[in-house]
Design a protein around this ligand. Structure first.
Ligand code: NZQ
Ligand code: ZN
Length: 384
């Protein structure tokens, strides 16, 4: 096992009715900005629950944060916070609202152009404190220090991570997710599954606890995902998806092990160029990444085949083939298509994605840092 430092200060308020308890998590004299997206929280009653929990508090609002949140939109919230002297933010929505809020929180005290935080890795030395009410299980943003932001002007989608943008608390009430459209539940299952795979499906460093935790999240998603899709108001099935998605990317399964993230980095470029949902890009790219990297990943692929899919018969090559097919079939079975052509994207995107990855310094991806542009080209050629 590799050395590691583990730090995760996010307080989780899990379960039915937990929104009612947020007031005690926010300083009594705070000027609070509620950030939200395109309006789903008004349609499903979450907004009303938040407003009643914060009755009597000084509350401002900023709506309209779009999926794959845009720098241009978020900067308007930064101006509002600076103008009104707001000192606490409450993000209410999916990963895009939580990510957008992390950026806002870091941008408010930042001196200079805040896009430099993502584009140039400019240091973040302070951030406005914030909490989250999560309404979409997928990204893990509710319990991690990462945000992914899009600059629409240049079609760039970049990330930053900083411990100052861990949420102070996150409410995970599975009932707030009952109103999700099927497509977003499907997306959540695929995103969480891929997060685990990018931290697990690398090479062995003799870390059996991390391996088994990763495998248990994968198996839970395989079991509970179809249940929650078939019966969206089954509380227990949804609660299991919500907690699996959080555990998939809160840092715990990443400790002491190598990580990949090739699929995510290629996926971000595809979203920036074509507007594909984040999870759609992952469903397309992950099976191809596993196929092209099968020699480097063979030991773990065999373990994955055995422990996650219970594939025991056949040669090593046959078992690896079967495990990759099972992965693709699982994504398709939960309703996310796995070919670029399913989204109207063709081979012409390949040189553009590679050029953009080069521009963003992503020329040595993967757990061995050997996924160079030539390897990305092979991966993308298999995605079509
Ligand atoms: O905007 P509203 O009206 O709220 O509607 C949203 C949006 O249209 C809707 N929605 C959310 N909760 C709902 C709901 N509709 C009905 N009922 C509810 N309870 O769902 C749509 C998608 O929301 P979004 O927040 O964009 O989805 P998701 O949570 O999948 O977030 C995706 C973003 O997170 C980034 C992705 O790149 C993408 O930008 N990621 C963030 C990560 C992180 N912070 O660690 C890691 C991930 O790998 C990912 O890259
Ligand atoms: Zn993801």
């Amino acid at each position: 096992m590799e050395n590691f430092v583990f730090y995760n200060p996010v307080k989780i308020l899990f379960g039915k009715g937990q929104i009612a308890n947020i007031a005690q998590e926010i300083p009594g004299d705070a000027k609070i900005l509620i950030t939200y997206g395109g309006g789903s929280i008004k349609a499903n009653g979450v907004y009303d629950q938040v407003k009643s929990a914060l009755a009597g508090r000084k509350v401002f609002e900023f709506g309209g944060i779009e999926p794959n949140p845009h720098l241009e939109t978020l900067m308007k919230a930064v101006e509002l916070i600076r103008k009104e002297g707001i000192d606490f933010i409450l993000a209410v929505g999916g990963g895009s609202v939580v990510d957008g809020t992390k950026f806002i929180a870091a941008a408010v005290p930042f001196v200079g152009d805040p896009w430099d935080i993502l584009a140039k890795g400019a240091p973040v030395n302070a951030a406005v404190p914030f909490g989250a009410v999560l309404t979409l299980p997928a990204t893990g943003s509710e319990m991690n220090p990462t945000a992914v932001i899009t600059k629409s002007e240049t079609q760039e989608k970049l990330y930053f991570a900083n411990p100052l943008v861990f949420p102070k608390f996150s409410v995970l009430d599975p009932e707030t997710t009952f109103s999700l459209p099927t497509r977003q539940i499907s997306n959540g299952i695929v995103d969480a599954f891929t997060h685990v795979m990018e931290q697990y499906l690398t090479y062995s460093v003799n870390a059996p606890l991390q391996d088994r935790m990763a495998e248990s999240i994968l198996k839970t998603l395989i079991e509970e995902g179809p249940k929650t899709l078939a019966n969206p108001t089954d509380y227990d099935a949804r609660a299991n998806l919500v907690w699996s998605a959080t555990m998939a990317l809160n840092g715990l399964i990443a400790v002491g092990v190598p990580q990949d993230w090739t699929t995510h980095m290629i996926g971000h470029e595809l979203t920036a160029l074509h507007g594909m949902d984040h999870a759609q890009t992952l469903a397309v790219v992950l099976p191809s990444t596993l196929t092209i990297r099968r020699d480097r990943k063979s030991q773990k692929l065999l373990q994955y085949a055995d422990r996650v899919w219970e594939i025991v018969g056949g040669s090593e090559d046959e078992r690896i083939d079967a495990a990759i097919s099972k992965t693709r079939d699982f994504f398709e079975s939960v309703g996310v298509r796995t070919r670029l052509s399913d989204y109207g994207v063709g081979v012409e995107t390949i040189p553009v994605v590679i050029k953009n990855l080069e521009k963003h310094g992503m020329t040595a991806l993967g757990e061995n840092k050997d996924v160079n542009p030539q390897v990305v080209e092979k991966i993308l050629a298999l995605c079509v």
